[in-house]
Write a protein that binds this ligand. Structure first.
Ligand code: FAD
Length: 530
């Protein structure tokens, strides 16, 4: 039953009751479908189009990492930007004493509780679906989307217009707000920069509840702040994402190396060449003798005899993964281009694997693996991931120790490695990068399958990650964490280095009570107390 909007004044003496209690009463009233004046000295009313829920919120205390679990007090399922603004204004007016925090939750694919709010409010951004996605096919085409939209849905919608975003992540079942709060890096970033560099405009609700539009020119400090800003300065509610003509098909290629120096030289050559592939990544293979055989179900070995005879002899292998986009009327031309590009590389000749897939199949490839892993119970398990950005000048030192000594095998999940050009990245965003023109993304994407012997696999992987981080620090490699995770502010200051003051100033401007994204553990308390 929906009751008409009614005023519900809370008595003045409730001023002295803890803020948390005020919110509790407020939301209780909302549950009764009352719109009411919820903050004592204000006549303003909260009148939500969506709903707040207080039960069955366990989903908001979980994420892809499956290691951190903080139950929120309430979950807001917003139907409009105004719902988000009203909740944030409400919490803002309660003041610092309430200690109440608010976290936006995209698809909950964080690794260490970043989208959770311990006894706070979680906002499910996927509930925010209005207005509908709109593709603008002009001189600089873009798609205008809700920040809770999944990238896979954006791909399907934009393809109807023959367009697609330029820069991706390897997995598309993530939200726009979630990846823009980090960076959104994949094999196209060498050419287009990460996703945060392919945004024309944003709509953001700040920690004070103001709704602001921002871009390179308008409210630019907020614009750059929220891009890679780990959710600290505002909740992104809409985004205009740049588009380009989409291809229909992709030639997807894998070749192997046994020597890291040759592998990385070829990768760096390809990301710098004028005529090159459209996607360039790579990964490490260690002690996985059957992996290459398993590729044969979806890749054609170009030298079938050589590929069957190929023996890795226990060596660490490096797989260069490439893709070239094309439309079917250009099959011959693209085949020639690929031949010419491959002829300049020094991979092991018998290890050329190629496949032709649709553009959607290629971009959505990790979801194909997800669908295989889920029924085996291998998806919703702990993921103690470690993502690093390693300067080019240190990558060989890093590889020798991390892949040669610390890593024992890659059976617990892929280890991805590829270089990108910093010139394609906007240095005004909040993302922290190594101090070199070229740096590598190195991602240890481990999963912890429960062990039959009772061994704590999570602990083993965390220990390995710690060894890698300790080595980077001891050897002064100038490595930065991507999807960073730290336990205290001192460590965060170290992460941001000279950028800390900018980050802190942005926080004091847009979220001075440090209400937003508590799961990042950057600002545990009101900014002026720091
Ligand atoms: P969530 O995990 O829900 O949120 C992440 C953070 O952003 C939280 O702090 C949250 O509070 C904040 N946030 C969420 N929405 C908003 C919003 N609208 N406004 C402001 N803040 C918000 N990353 C890459 O860069 N490249 C990859 O190739 C890649 N591959 C991945 C593959 C898999 C299988 C997975 C699980 C993750 C991958 N990631 C990759 C990491 C991914 O980008 C991050 O985990 C991202 O945070 C997940 O997005 P999400 O929508 O689930 O966000």
């Amino acid at each position: 039953m929906i009751l008409p909007c009614a005023g519900f004044l809370i008595q003045n003496n409730i001023l002295f009751v803890k803020g948390l209690m005020i919110l509790f009463l407020s939301v209780l009233a909302i549950k009764l479908n009352l719109c009411f004046s919820s903050f004592p000295l204000s006549s303003e009313s909260i009148c939500l189009e969506g709903r707040l829920s207080f039960v069955n919120n366990e989903f908001a205390a979980s994420d892809f990492g499956h290691r951190y679990h903080y139950l929120p007090l309430a979950v807001l399922h917003p139907k409009s930007v105004s719902d988000i603004s009203k909740i944030l204004k409400h919490v803002w007016r309660m003041g610092p004493e309430s200690g109440l925090k608010v976290a936006a939750r995209g698809h909950g694919h964080s690794l260490q509780g970043q989208s959770q709010a311990d006894r706070g409010i979680v906002i499910t951004m996927e509930s925010l679906r209005t207005p509908e996605m709109q593709v603008h096919n002009g001189k600089s085409p873009y798609v205008d989307v809700s920040a809770g939209e999944l990238w896979i849905n954006i791909l399907h919608e934009t393809l109807k217009f023959g367009l697609a975003p330029k820069s991706w992540t390897d997995y598309l079942h993530l939200t726009v707000g979630g990846t823009l709060s980090n960076a959104g890096i994949s094999g196209q970033a060498f050419r287009h920069g990460p996703q945060i560099c392919n945004v024309q405009q944003l709509e953001v609700v700040t920690g004070k509840g103001e709704v602001l539009t921002c871009s390179e020119k308008l409210n630019s400090e907020l614009f750059h702040g929220v891009l890679g800003g780990l959710g600290q300065f505002g909740i992104i509610t809409r985004a205009k994402i740049s588009l380009q003509p989409a291809p229909e098909s992709v030639k997807w290629i894998r070749v192997l190396y046994s020597d890291f120096a040759t592998f990385s030289r070829d990768q760096e050559y390809l990301i710098s060449a004028d005529e090159t592939f459209d996607y360039i990544e790579g990964f490490v293979i260690k002690n996985r003798p059957n992996l290459i055989n398993s590729w044969k179900s979806f890749f054609d070995p170009q030298d079938p005899d050589g590929a069957s005879d190929f023996k890795s002899d226990g060596k660490v292998l490096f797989c260069l993964e490439l893709a070239k986009n094309f439309n079917p009327d250009k099959t011959d031309v693209v085949s020639q281009e690929i031949k010419s590009l491959l002829s300049q590389l020094s991979y092991i000749p018998s290890t050329l694997f190629m496949s032709e897939v649709s553009y959607v199949q290629f971009l959505d490839r990790v979801h194909t693996s997800e669908l295989k892993l889920r029924p085996k119970g291998l998806w919703d398990i702990p993921h103690p991931w470690l993502n690093l950005l390693v300067p080019q000048s240190k990558i060989k030192t890093f590889a020798a120790e991390a892949f040669g000594n610390i890593l024992t095998d890659t059976n617990n999940g892929p280890v991805i490695i590829y270089p990108v050009n910093k010139s394609k990245w906007n240095n005004r965003t909040s993302l922290v990068l190594p101090d070199e023109d070229i740096f590598y993304l190195v991602a240890f994407l481990s999963h912890a399958v429960p062990s039959a012997t009772g061994t704590d696999v999570v602990d083993l992987i965390l220990n390995r990650n710690k060894k890698i981080l300790d080595f980077c620090e001891a050897a002064h490699l100038g490595v930065k964490q991507y999807l960073p995770h730290y336990l205290n502010q001192e460590q965060w200051r170290g992460h941001f280095g000279p950028h800390w003051e900018t980050f802190r100033t942005r926080k004091s401007t847009y979220d001075p009570l440090a209400i937003l994204a508590p799961g990042q553990r950057i600002f545990p308390t009101k900014i002026s107390y720091l």
